[in-house]
Design a protein around this ligand. Structure first.
Ligand SMILES: N[C@@H](CCC(=O)N[C@@H](CS)C(=O)NCC(=O)O)C(=O)O
Length: 212
């Protein structure tokens, strides 16, 4: 029995779900809304003391931190391997995961997508200063990922890996912002990859219930 705790709008939750979908695993998603007003339930803080999503339970084993969850999902279950056997390819995958966590999530999702698309839904103004200050780093992130992206169809070539699972939700949101759309036009390999990923059953099955 695999239970994931989190919300379908979360890019980190979607990364974990993409890996489970690609492995062909049955799991349940138990809703935890980290952005709901008020304190997070104690039960979630016991699972994830930092108050983030996702968290995973597999029988009596509990785990939090998305990269750990991604690796566990790949290594503990049957199904297609989501990590390359070659040490250099595996290092490349880990490098991409680290770039996504260290730089891309905050810059591309919070500083640009949330400001430009999510916050302005109800007519609130975007923080133009925040967006403008994020653009330099966004350019560096996109050009670095474009340089590291191998060849079609996936980021590391013929095998879909955890790097694809983690990059897809972040870059998918980023492209919805006009700045993201413009920047991704300068990255043909990433743009093509995003099209391929978006048409996969795993991506379609994890579409958030409220899309932007
Ligand atoms: N290091 C955590 C980060 C997860 C994360 O930041 N999740 C976001 C949702 S996409 C969250 O829970 N944010 C709530 C908050 O920052 O208060 C992981 O890898 O799982």
């Amino acid at each position: 029995m695999i239970e994931l705790f989190g919300a379908d709008y979360s890019v980190y939750v979607r990364s974990a779900r993409l890996a489970m979908e690609e492995k062909g695993l049955a799991y349940t998603l138990t809703p935890v809304d980290v952005f709901a007003p008020g304190d997070l339930p104690e039960s979630h803080l016991k699972r994830q003391p930092f108050g983030k999503i996702p968290a995973l339970r597999h029988d009596d084993f509990s785990l939090y931190e998305t990269i750990a969850i991604l690796r566990y999902v790949d290594e503990a279950f049957d199904g297609p391997a989501l990590q390359p056997p070659d040490p250099q390819d595996r290092a490349r995958m880990t490098q991409i995961l680290s770039i996504l966590d260290s730089y891309a999530y905050r810059t591309l999702v919070w500083d640009i997508y949330v400001e430009r698309v999510y916050k302005t839904h109800d007519g609130s103004p975007a923080d133009e200063v925040k967006i403008a200050s994020a653009l330099g780093l966004a350019r560096k992130i996109i050009s670095s990922l474009e340089n590291l992206a191998n060849q079609e169809p996936f980021l590391l070539g013929s095998q879909l890996t955890l790097a694809d699972c983690h990059a897809a939700p972040i870059l998918n949101l980023f492209q919805k912002a006009e700045e993201g759309e413009t920047l991704l036009k300068t990255a043909p390999k990433l743009s093509r990859w995003l099209e391929i990923i978006r048409s996969r059953p795993s991506f379609l099955a994890t579409e958030p219930s409220q899309t932007s």
